[in-house]
Design a protein around this ligand. Sequence first.
Ligand SMILES: [Zn+2]
Ligand SMILES: [Zn+2]
Ligand SMILES: [Zn+2]
Length: 95
Amino acid sequence: MAGRECTHIETAIRRMEIPLGSRRCEECARAGGTWVALRMCTMCGHIGCCDSSPGRHAYAHYLSSGHPIVKTAEIGEDWMWCYRDEVAFSLKQVD
Ligand SMILES: [Zn+2]
Ligand SMILES: [Zn+2]
Ligand SMILES: [Zn+2]
């Protein structure tokens, strides 16, 4: 579908800042696993690993919580992904 947009920007983005000291996937760390990259839930701030990681805990968090949008927690990256709409976007103009 062309021109697809996320319909949750108004309701699901409450946090933009990655919390200091949280640059790890707690679920992976607890299980002694490793991850590729981290994503933060923009509703509750949950940090989970990306879909290229074995644990896919960011996706697992979406499934269990229903929180649709994650933001990259990687330094130097600035984009978000909506699991429900399956669309990537960035919100540089919004504080
Ligand atoms: Zn969406
Ligand atoms: Zn993980
Ligand atoms: Zn969440």
